[in-house]
Ligand binder design. Structure first.
Ligand SMILES: C[S@@+](CC[C@H](N)C(=O)[O-])C[C@H]1O[C@@H](n2cnc3c(N)ncnc32)[C@H](O)[C@@H]1O
Length: 264
């Protein structure tokens, strides 16, 4: 079952996909607005990709913390859920899961629109795009999603349509380590799931936050590489949520998720 494969990859392999991504050559300085060659926006979704995603996902708005957002996800009703995983033509579909970290962040932004109202938001590791969609719904002036998986970008476009929000740009560059400019807020949902990734994110966020003053919010259900990381000393918890039963079951019993303000 492809869904379990994703989680096993996270738990056992410690995120090989992420490590591979981090080895990619990154630009030394990158303003998101200049990374246009890897930016998915403003053009219609490839019809074949649209058909594939529509056929192999289910529209869901329950079992998570944000019933007001509809999302195309992989569920037990999808043909790739139980078998045929070898026929799945793309990389592991992390985007097809609405992770607890992203759920907490999206809930927080919907309940506290002032945090994003008229602000520019970067959602790093956006996955299904729910946190970015929540920022749009709460009145952000500019939202950009970033995910190294181009299929995630396509899924986000469908999810924008489902929620009647204007599609936002999706950058598929690996931005970690690059110089970013112009963001009021960076949000990261469930991105601290391997030691390497946690270290890289911490170093990068620290440098970026100190230089630019950008606010950073992190959503995480208490993954081992997050709770044991030195970043903990620089976090202030802003909100905590009980996870719905369906999300608990998908996440090995995690009962809560929290939103943290990163303040180095
Ligand atoms: C655990 S999922 C979290 C998705 C979403 N934030 C949520 O909470 O539902 C991690 C996502 O980060 C993406 N990702 C991994 N490494 C990345 C990187 N270096 N830059 C941007 N996205 C990355 C993956 O493709 C995946 O969609």
């Amino acid at each position: 079952m492809i869904f379990k494969d994703c989680r096993r990859l996270l738990q056992v392999c410690g995120g090989d996909i992420i490590r591979k991504a981090l080895k990619q050559k990154t630009q030394s300085s990158c303003s998101p607005w200049r990374c246009c060659h890897r930016l998915i926006s403003g053009k219609p979704l490839d019809p074949e990709m649209r058909a594939f995603l529509e056929e192999n996902t289910e529209v869901v708005n329950s079992g998570n913390l944000t019933p007001e957002i509809r999302l195309r996800l992989l569920t037990p009703h999808c043909r790739f859920w139980h078998d045929k995983t070898t026929l799945w033509p793309y990389g592991d579909p992390y985007w097809a899961i609405y992770w607890p970290g992203g759920q907490g962040l999206a809930r927080y932004l919907l309940d506290n629109p002032k945090v994003v109202h008229r602000k520019s938001i970067l959602d790093l590791g956006s996955g299904c795009g729910a946190t970015a969609i929540a920022a749009m719904m709460s009145g952000a002036s500019q939202v950009v999603a970033n995910d190294i998986d181009p299929v995630a970008g396509a899924a986000m476009m469908l999810n924008c349509e489902l929620n009647n929000v204007n599609p936002f740009p999706v950058i598929t560059e690996n931005l970690i380590g690059t110089k970013l400019e112009g963001w009021d807020l960076i949000v990261l949902g469930d991105m601290f799931y391997s030691e390497d990734l946690a270290d890289s994110l911490h170093q990068w966020l620290k440098k970026h936050t100190i230089i630019s003053g950008t606010k950073v919010l992190i959503g995480d259900p208490g993954r081992p590489h997050f709770v044991t990381h030195q970043i903990q000393r620089e976090l202030h918890k802003v909100s905590e949520y009980c996870l719905p039963e369906a999300t608990r079951q998908e996440n090995y019993g995690s009962a809560t998720t929290a939103v943290w303000h990163y303040q180095p």
